[in-house]
Design a protein around this ligand. Structure first.
Ligand SMILES: [Mn+2]
Length: 324
């Protein structure tokens, strides 16, 4: 039996959901089943292709968008944006509850999957409590402090950094399999994990110093501009570590994918009641989107004027004392 597990790529929750689903399928169908993990990435239109399902006896999507593909047999997700193509939601709702589940209020897909397979299919995931715990924290930004989010003291954070950076499909499959058999602290010590994580942590620490130098707080908003710097993958928690008193952060930078990004967030360590703006709506005015508390927009390299206009508009709105 061959089981395809299509999961959100470059994401700890996507990997952890896949690992837990794999353990569930092994218990259900025997340890000899073949599990094939395939990372999926968001794109305009339909992100799935027939190759994702070719040769599969069972196919699951976890922590990623829904698909009406006839070979889909399992679905678990918690993204509000799961149903994007015409007919997706109706297709799901007509089949919901048997082997297809979606809850946009779940903090992580891993925690949600553990709950569902426990309640509906009697799967005991207590051996994976540490993995589930960290997927919940990382995916919902439920860190106890900015330091916990930024200083990467915990081994689970090293594993999250690994999956964000890794791109060898074989290594990613091994990583996913290891998540349910190896304690996280021991996996984080493996040479093949460290050789990716160590350089990532060095550049992360350089990002912290760069943003410390270039960022400033005005009107309750910490802002930084890295457009003159090389493209990078950024931790969006750095501003709150550097400026714990700021209500909002807004940054612009180049992304390794080849576009320019604007990122805006509400300080997750502040009382939710203090948020006065829907950041997704502010970004939608400029072609972006996201969640009310964290959102963004991307721009082609030749759209710098649009990016500057978006940056100025959103900064002015967030800093306006009349709106705070
Ligand atoms: Mn998730």
């Amino acid at each position: 039996m061959r089981v395809h597990v299509l999961h959100h790529g470059r994401c700890f929750d996507g990997a952890a959901s896949s690992a837990l689903f794999g353990a569930f399928m092994r218990e259900r169908h025997g340890s000899e089943i073949e599990l094939v993990y395939l990372a999926k990435h968001h794109r305009r239109g339909d992100p799935f292709e027939d190759a994702d399902f070719a040769g599969a006896d069972e196919a699951a999507v976890v922590d990623f968008r829904y698909t009406q593909h006839p070979q889909l047999t399992w679905y678990f997700d918690h993204h509000r944006s799961a149903f994007q193509l015409p007919g997706d939601r109706a297709h799901f709702e007509a089949r919901e509850g048997t082997q297809r589940f979606h809850d946009p209020t779940a903090p992580s897909c891993t925690g949600y999957l553990a709950k569902i397979v426990g309640e509906r299919f009697g799967f005991d995931s207590s051996a994976h409590a540490e993995l589930i715990h960290w997927a919940e924290i990382i995916d919902s930004a439920g860190f106890s402090s900015p330091e916990a989010a930024v200083l990467y003291a915990d081994p689970a954070m090293h594993l999250a950094a690994w999956i964000q950076t890794a791109d060898d499909p074989q290594a990613i499959s091994t990583f996913i399999e290891e998540l349910v058999v190896t304690p996280l602290a021991r996996l984080a010590q493996a040479d093949w994990v460290r050789e990716i994580v160590e350089p990532r942590l060095v550049s992360h620490r350089q990002d912290i110093e760069l943003i410390r130098r270039l960022g400033r707080t005005k009107g309750g908003v910490f802002s930084y501009d890295l457009l003159d710097e090389p493209p990078r993958i950024l931790s969006h928690f750095i501003p709150y570590y550097l400026a714990p008193g700021a209500h909002y952060s807004l940054g612009v930078y180049g992304h390794p994918d080849g576009d320019l990004r604007l990122s805006v967030g509400f300080n997750p360590w502040f009382d939710r009641e203090l948020r006065r703006h829907d950041l997704a709506q502010l970004c939608e005015r400029h072609g972006g989107g996201g969640h009310p508390f964290v959102a963004g927009a991307s721009f082609a390299l030749d759209q710098i004027d649009q990016l500057r206009a978006a940056q100025a508009d959103i900064l002015a709105t967030l800093r306006d004392p009349a709106s705070r």
